[in-house]
Design a protein. Structure first.
Length: 327
């Protein structure tokens, strides 16, 4: 009917539209929201309700109808009364009546008239043209996959960067040979030195450190030679020849641009990450912050540019770790 269109138009600009003898439509502002069950974003809207107590004519609907159809207020009121009687007759015959694009009237089992607003229309003018958006629900990821101490199955190739202790497999093999060769020679010469010392009544110390002074492990791990009694200068002395051991990692400059691989509340967890990065060929350090956290520093650089370039390379080599720069 023509009156239904007039009601529809008024709902865009009025917060209350009364149909004399039937009730009044009242609108309330509803902000943008998410509907989880349908996975949609809904724009701001005007929510339409119905108040059965608002039946007295306020002149809004009759005046608008008179202006649009160029008729008198009295004639407009007669049309509204006829429209209301038609709705009640439909409710009596079928039990419900639908106002197109607005909502549906129906009787309950107790004979009370109720109204249910439709979802097709958004009467908020400011949201004109905005429609609901569907979104795809993201699957929850295991937080351990992004943990700094997570061990990936696929090992990445490491390269030497400034401020790191990265070593190739060939360098590690040469180091193992440098450690093992003096010991093998010492073992082969040990009986001769013992016999000569017994004959001459000399001390059996020989020219090599005794077992109490030097401990060497012939294993595949990258353990360094350790002096248990005296502070040696990181060299093996054999027949006047000096064999250099692995260079000692110089501590990072605390005033530099440090690259942090992880920060932990306990030193135990920080040590786990430090050992894992060490197995990958790096020489990280653990710095204790003023807030009590333990930071695992993998590199240190003189300026921000070098640190940023190094992070780009580290992300290629150690995926899954979120590096950040500490100045």
């Amino acid at each position: 009917m023509n009156i239904e269109k007039k009601i529809l138009h008024l709902l865009y600009f009025k917060d209350c539209v009364i149909i004399p003898g039937l009730g009044g439509f009242v609108s309330n502002y509803v902000p943008a929201r998410i509907r989880e069950e349908s996975q949609t974003f809904l724009p701001p809207a005007k929510e339409i309700g119905f108040n059965r107590e608002l039946i007295q004519d306020d002149g809004v609907l009759s005046g608008y109808l008179a202006r649009c159809d160029n008729i008198s207020i009295a004639d407009a009121s007669k049309r509204i009364d006829k429209f209301v009687n038609f709705i009640f007759n439909e409710l009596a015959d079928t039990g419900n009546y639908e106002l197109k694009l607005i909502g549906n009237f129906a009787y309950t089992r107790t004979g009370e008239m109720v109204f249910k607003a439709g979802d097709e229309m958004n009467f908020l003018v400011d949201s004109y043209g905005l429609s609901s958006l569907y979104y795809k629900r993201l699957e929850k990821e295991n937080p351990l996959l992004k943990s700094a101490i997570f061990k990936h199955e696929d090992k990445v190739k490491t390269i030497s960067l400034p401020g790191t202790m990265a070593r190739t497999e060939r360098q590690r093999s040469v180091r193992r040979v440098a450690i093992a060769l003096p010991l093998l020679i010492a073992i082969s010469l040990l009986p001769i030195n013992t016999r000569n010392g017994a004959q001459k009544g000399q001390n059996n110390a020989g020219f090599l450190p005794s077992s109490s002074m030097m401990t060497v492990e012939l294993s595949g791990s990258d353990k360094t030679t350790e002096d248990t009694d005296t502070n040696l200068d990181n060299r093996f002395i054999f027949e006047g020849a000096a064999v250099e051991n692995e260079s000692i990692h110089e501590p990072f400059n605390r005033n530099s641009f440090a690259i942090v691989a992880g920060s932990f509340s306990t030193e135990k967890n920080a040590e786990i990450l430090r050992k894992e990065l060490g197995q990958e060929g790096y020489g990280p350090e653990i710095w204790k912050a003023s807030n009590g956290f333990y930071r695992v520093v993998i590199q240190a650089h003189e300026n921000m540019t070098n640190a940023q370039q190094a992070i780009a390379e580290l992300k290629k080599e150690l995926s899954g770790i979120e590096f950040w720069i500490l100045q």
